[in-house]
Design a protein around this ligand. Structure first.
Ligand code: ADP
Ligand code: MG
Ligand code: ZN
Length: 621
């Protein structure tokens, strides 16, 4: 067991780079002694002393240089350089104890112009010895050092380990030390804050817990739809606890190169252990934590996940490293991640309710200059919006105020930006013919009329027929009077009737139908289907579940769990529900045709009608 561990360490220590180092050094030496001299120097021909004396006596020598124990001499031997100029051959021989040499040289003839041999004791060299030394030894050394270093770096310094990894592997994961975000920045989400405040307390004072022998959950999984503040609250926990915060997102783990993910996990945890108490936050954990199955095996992801599981098991829960992870697809996570000892605590982050939206609005309004805001109205108008959407709405409102050269945000800015965020910006350039405008106006008024007649109250907050960048030609802003959690069968039927109201108006007034109702049709069908398959609201199928919801936080797509035969019957019942509602809507429009004309005329003229204006015209005798 122990020796095993040591082996492991050895194979990963930087020592095994010695072989590469020696190899590089070898090349360097060979180059230095064999290649560089020929690159920089004239070729030297070794010869014998007797041949030298012979050449002196024959009058062939031009220059002689005596350098310590060596004699260098040149003779014109007929060779020429590239330009055709004659160059002298350079010979080298050993110096002998020859007292007559100087006399001999003085007396000898020479091909030089003055007929005398030039001789001296030093070698004429073009480079100073220091420069030569730098050029031949230091410079190549430096160059090779850098080549060697960069080669080592690109190999990740892990040659000989059980895997090789390239590229950005050594990129460090840094902890953020001073997080300014606190729980005050996270509005609503009281339950989440409550269950996380225990973690904060633990990080403040891990001793208090370890003395009693309690260890907190190692991992907390934040679950909820996108934009509900999961990332935000994770930072807030670090900010509250005043501990370092390591943040990484799941997709970062599963980057391009083999081995990266697992190495990063290892790196992350080894650093976190050093910095304890601290928080490790893995955002979008579903990117690595997806269920492992035979269908889509992905080695890289599985390795990363396995490494994560191993690390989570390996570290000491009492030390004060808390792992937070966030996901909006909890159902897709591997069971191994969720078992006790790993992410065993789950914190639910839901879309904010009315009070929550009001609180989020107020948090974000603090960041912009504003006049008195009807936050209740805005909160009601943003039913179903997430925290991120509300933050976006406030920012859009501020941008609108700037565009209009005002210095503060008003309620009207917020109302307009709700439309912008939900329906897209106004599309001023889009040309809509008067005829189309009429159809759109009657369509929208048709929806509102059917709604108003069923509930006998203002059905909408506002209707506009200014085209939107999202493609919507008209827009009806609904404001719920309060939060609704339960809907009766009648509510849903009314809702379907309201959805068919637009098309019904087109039919009754123009006796013609258009493509404008496509979205209404989709929604009406969805509600009718859910009534049967999920809410048990039909006589035919009673309380039998025929559908399951797959991704509750991401669009809630469903899949049927019944036989094809039953599915066909469901389709029939869906049809009958929608048909009934459609007939009802048509009847309402017919009974109120005069008012339809009056209201539509107003809308075409003004392009906008508020709920109050609508009710006033409707109730006018
Ligand atoms: P998630 O991670 O759940 O998808 P984020 O935490 O990234 O959502 O939220 C994005 C932004 O939305 C935040 O930076 C914040 O400005 C805003 N936001 C979301 N929820 C809240 C909230 N409960 N209170 C205040 N702001 C919020
Ligand atoms: Mg997030
Ligand atoms: Zn419609």
């Amino acid at each position: 067991m122990k020796s095993n561990k040591q082996n492991d360490n050895l194979s990963q220590s930087p020592n095994f780079n010695w072989s590469s180092f020696l190899w590089t050094l070898g090349i360097l030496l060979i180059l230095n002694s064999l290649v560089f001299p020929y690159l920089f120097k004239q070729k030297i021909i070794p010869t014998t002393y007797s041949s030298f004396i012979n050449k002196v006596d024959s009058g062939l020598i031009k220059q002689v240089n005596i350098d310590g124990k060596k004699i260098y001499f040149t003779t014109p031997d007929g060779s020429v350089d590239k330009q055709g100029k004659p160059i002298d051959a350079l010979y080298q021989t050993g110096k002998m104890n020859d007292a007559n040499l100087v006399d001999r040289l003085l007396e000898a003839e020479s091909p030089n112009e003055n007929g005398k041999i030039e001789f001296t004791e030093t070698i004429p060299r073009e480079n100073s010895p220091i420069l030569t030394f730098m050029l031949y030894w230091v410079l190549p050394g430096v160059i090779f050092y850098f080549i060697w270093k960069s080669a080592m770096k690109s190999m990740g310094g892990r040659i000989g380990g059980n895997y090789m990894s390239f590229g950005k592997n050594k990129e460090k994961i840094y902890a953020e030390d001073e997080i300014k975000t606190t729980f005050a920045d996270v509005a609503g989400q009281e339950e989440a804050k409550e269950s996380l405040s225990e973690i904060v307390d633990f990080l403040h004072n891990p001793k208090k817990y370890s003395e009693i022998g309690a260890s907190l959950p190692k991992g907390v999984l934040l679950v909820g739809p996108p934009g509900t503040g999961k990332t935000l609250i994770a930072r807030a926990v670090a900010g509250e606890a005043k501990v370092p915060f390591f943040a990484l997102s799941g997709s970062e783990f599963v980057q391009m190169f083999v081995g990266m993910g697992a190495a990063k996990v290892r790196d992350l945890f080894s650093q976190a252990n050093k910095k304890a108490p601290c928080i490790v936050f893995i955002d979008e954990i579903d990117a690595i934590g997806k269920k492992r199955d035979r269908m889509s095996s992905n080695d890289e992801r599985e390795q990363t996940l396995n490494q994560l599981l191993t690390e989570m098991d390996g570290f000491d829960g009492k030390k004060g490293v808390v792992i937070l992870a966030a996901t909006n697809r909890p159902e897709s996570l591997d069971k191994a991640l969720l078992r006790p000892g790993r992410f065993d605590r789950r914190v639910q982050m839901e879309l904010p309710d009315l009070e929550g939206r009001k609180a989020i609005l107020e948090v974000h309004l603090k960041k912009v200059k504003h006049v008195e805001i009807d936050s209740d109205l805005i909160a009601r108008a943003t039913s179903g919006a997430s925290g991120a959407e509300i933050a976006n709405i406030v920012n859009e409102a501020a941008l609108r105020a700037v565009r209009q050269n005002r210095t503060s945000v008003s309620t009207a800015d917020l109302e307009e930006s709700i439309e912008t965020v939900i329906a897209g910006a106004q599309r001023k350039g889009k040309v809509i013919s008067d005829e189309e405008k009429q159809v759109i106006a009657y369509h929208e008024i048709g929806h509102a009329m059917v709604a108003a007649m069923q509930t006998h109250s203002a059905p909408v907050h506002k209707i506009t027929i200014i085209p939107r960048t999202s493609g919507a030609l008209g827009y009806t802003m609904q404001v719920d009077s309060g939060e609704r959690n339960l809907y009766s069968k009648e509510d849903l039927e009314n809702r379907i009737a309201t959805l068919t109201g637009g098309r019904a108006a087109e039919e009754v007034i123009f006796n013609r139908i258009t493509t404008g109702a496509s979205n209404d049709i989709e929604q009406a069908t969805k509600i009718a289907r859910a009534m049967i398959t999920r809410y048990g609201m039909s006589d035919e199928f009673d309380m039998v579940a025929l559908e399951t919801v797959n991704n509750p936080y991401l669009g809630s797509d469903t899949s049927l769990t019944c036989s094809a035969n039953t599915a066909a019957q469901v389709d029939e019942v869906v049809l009958s529900i929608v048909k009934k509602a459609h007939e009802k809507a048509k009847k309402i429009i017919k009974d109120n045709e005069a008012k339809m004309h009056e209201l539509s005329k107003y809308l075409i003229e003004k392009e906008t009608i508020t709920g109050d204006e609508f009710m006033e015209i409707l109730e006018r005798k």
